[in-house]
Ligand binder design. Structure first.
Ligand SMILES: [Zn+2]
Length: 344
């Protein structure tokens, strides 16, 4: 705790000196030289990583992972010594830009964003020399890999299974990545079927939020396709060689989507009902009941049946489904760990 406050104070002082040294050179002697190197890690022609060297001793990193012009993370690799100087630590402590929390520490720090958005500091950062985009060397790739890894640990923390006490589904056909021949598509989530997840899941069994977040979609007024519309949707998918997104969405029936921040979204699909207070914009906590298991969107529901009820649960990371490109073993191993799934 104390260390992070110390770092924040040091950063504040450093940023203030940096800002003031640019605008008031006649009044202040800079405590250290500042230079920057800018990297295009994604190789898309835009800068996504900036390294600031403060006095050649310590480093401040800005990482704009999704190229939205705002860094997602700020990293700093120094502590203040008892003599009041900056000393490199050899490792980087990163801040989550949006939420002002410290990754790896679970500690909410004072607002680094406020410091970096101060007009004079922002202007100083713009005014500093910005050489051409640097080539990305091996050390930078290693660093980015480490940052990506700790970022994932941070944003994927505290997930849980959407059906209390359940395991991951036991059959490969119920996992993401499985083929769905009837619609010429690929399955994008976990099918939580009764008899396959370690706990009973009857029609209307409760479904809970996998993590704290905000409801961004709750289809309260879902109407099933007619049998004719369903047949046409399937025929269209077969002819297209894939399931078109608007058809896939309809086949998912009554859904709730929750945004957990940092491009992590969970989707709960084929629901029979949505909990009464669940509307778009609603904040939910992990474990809150958000809806009930059903079969909406499936062929049985289209024909007014109640068979085939299951929860389709999908975890999306950077707008890709969890499990994409993974082997079955990786899905089971990483999925169980991430979702804290019960083991059989
Ligand atoms: Zn499914």
């Amino acid at each position: 705790m104390k260390r992070f406050y110390t770092i924040m104070v040091v950063l504040f002082i450093g940023a203030t000196i940096a800002a003031v040294s640019v605008f008031r050179p006649q009044l202040w002697t800079p405590a250290f030289e500042i230079s920057s190197v800018r990297y295009d890690v994604n190789a898309d022609g835009s800068i996504d990583l900036i390294r600031w060297d403060l006095g050649g001793e310590v480093t401040l990193w800005e990482w704009d992972r999704n190229n939205d012009g705002r860094p997602e993370l700020i990293g700093f690799d120094a502590v203040e010594t008892t003599e009041g100087s900056l000393q490199p630590t050899g490792s980087i402590t990163a801040w989550d830009w949006g939420a002002d929390s410290v990754i790896d520490a679970g500690h909410v720090a004072p607002s680094i964003e406020q410091i970096l958005q101060r007009e004079e500091v922002a202007a100083a950062r713009l005014a500093l020399p910005s050489p051409d985009i640097a080539l990305v060397g091996v050390d930078i790739r290693t660093l980015v890999t480490e940052i990506e890894s700790s970022y994932d640990d941070f944003r994927l923390a505290d997930l849980r299974m959407p059906i209390v006490g359940s395991t991951l589904p036991d059959l490969d056909t119920l996992l993401p990545g499985a083929a769905r021949a009837y619609r010429n598509g690929i399955h994008q989530g976990f099918d939580m079927n009764n008899g396959h997840i370690g706990v009973p899941t009857a029609f209307s069994a409760p479904v809970v939020a996998a993590k704290d977040g905000t409801v961004i979609r709750a289809i309260l007024d879902f109407t099933e396709m007619t049998p004719e519309e369903y047949a046409e949707a399937i025929a269209t998918s077969r002819a297209a060689g894939t399931t078109p997104p608007h058809i896939l969405d309809k086949l998912r029936g009554k859904q709730v989507w929750i945004d957990h921040g940092h491009e992590i979204v969970s989707r709960y699909v084929h629901l029979s009902g949505i909990a009464s207070e669940i509307v778009e914009g609603k904040r939910v906590r992990a474990g809150d009941i958000i809806g009930f298991v059903g079969n909406s969107g499936t062929e049985s529901a289209v024909n007014c049946g109640r068979s085939g009820a299951h929860l389709h649960f999908e975890l999306r990371i950077d707008n890709r489904y969890f499990g994409e490109g993974m082997s079955r073993d990786e899905i089971r191993e990483i999925g169980s760990r991430l979702l804290h799934a019960s083991m059989r």
